[in-house]
Design a protein around this ligand. Structure first.
Ligand SMILES: O=C(O)CCC(=O)C(=O)O
Length: 309
């Protein structure tokens, strides 16, 4: 029998168990996610927001008479990845030092270290999201990250909004406990990743909430999650998602490349002021494995249609 659940409940807050490795593990194992409030450095997040909104403003994506930090979209602008107009700005975002450095927030690594019981590898393939309002067709579909990352299932994504992000601005929802179902079948979908999962028959609850500056949600690579529709009248939702695993686990070479791999690390690093967070993964004896295209291959043809729309 098909059980359809539409009920959504609030995130369970993990701050009270932050220093209790056993409790963190227990909750990650049962729920597939951990939601933390106010742990991240606000100034570092705002620096990334300032840098990205400046690039958006230069591209004419921000309403001309507004403060770029408010991320008010210019009328009739609605680009999505991987359209060339989007990628022209996105590749500038990829060059931002502060965007990559933010992935190394100690608060995130400390949690991942307790879960993996290993030294933490921060994947360098960092992702930024620039989500225009009321673009339902391209809202991130329900999916599992594993098919895009591979290496080890024990990879964890930290999703961080670059500012206040109420549900109405299109925050992230998590299907609690869905990682315990293993890898689920996918179908083509518009929106980030282009692979969707039909969740109607899954007897699980969606959890979500309003994010405040400094909040983040960390989830397992098999945890089903989706973007909520950005229903704001004109505000762009800005967020980043970063990935973490234990250094002893396998990792694909692709996870060590820049997102979309349109730029080289050399190009990305050209104007950085500090070298501390450059090529840091090359110092570790990593267990490199190949990425298998078998999970996404069938969707590629359709994905190329998005580019030409
Ligand atoms: O921010 C989004 O819309 C998508 C984020 C996502 O899918 C992820 O963090 O894995």
């Amino acid at each position: 029998m098909k059980i359809t659940r539409h009920k959504t409940i609030p995130f369970q807050i993990a701050n009270p168990i932050i220093n209790d490795g056993a409790a963190l593990n227990k909750r990650m194992n049962s729920d597939g996610y951990l939601f933390f409030q106010g742990l991240l450095d606000q100034d570092s997040i705002l620096e990334v927001r300032r840098s990205i909104t400046r690039l958006c403003a230069e591209a004419g994506w921000i309403s001309p008479d507004s403060d770029p930090m408010e991320a008010t979209a210019a009328p009739d602008v609605k680009w999505v990845e991987p359209q060339p107009e989007f990628m022209a700005v996105y590749n500038k975002v990829m060059r931002l030092e502060c965007f990559h450095v933010l992935a190394h927030q100690p608060a995130i690594s400390k949690v991942v270290e307790q879960i993996t019981q290993d030294q933490v590898l921060v994947h360098p393939r960092n992702i930024a999201r620039i989500i225009f309002p009321n673009n339902e067709k391209y809202t991130t579909p329900a999916h599992q990250d594993y098919i895009h990352i591979q290496g080890t299932e024990q990879t964890y994504t930290a999703w961080i909004p670059l500012g206040e992000c109420p549900q109405s601005l299109g925050s992230l929802a998590i299907l609690a406990g869905s990682h315990r179902l293993g890898l689920l079948p996918t179908h083509f979908a518009y929106g980030a990743g282009a692979c969707g999962i039909d969740t109607d028959a899954l007897d699980l609850l969606w959890v979500c909430g309003d994010f405040h500056l400094g909040d983040f949600v960390l989830f397992h690579s098999l945890t089903v999650h989706k973007g909520l529709l950005n229903r704001s009248p004109n505000q762009i939702r800005l967020s980043v998602d970063y990935r973490y695993q234990g250094i002893g686990q396998p990792v694909t070479k692709d996870s060590l490349l820049p997102h979309f791999a349109q730029l080289t690390w050399e190009e990305i690093y050209r104007e950085w002021r500090n070298t501390k967070h450059q090529y840091y993964w090359t110092k570790f004896p990593l267990h490199l494995v190949e990425f298998s295209p078998k999970f996404v291959q069938e969707h590629d043809v359709q994905e190329s249609r998005i580019t030409s729309e």
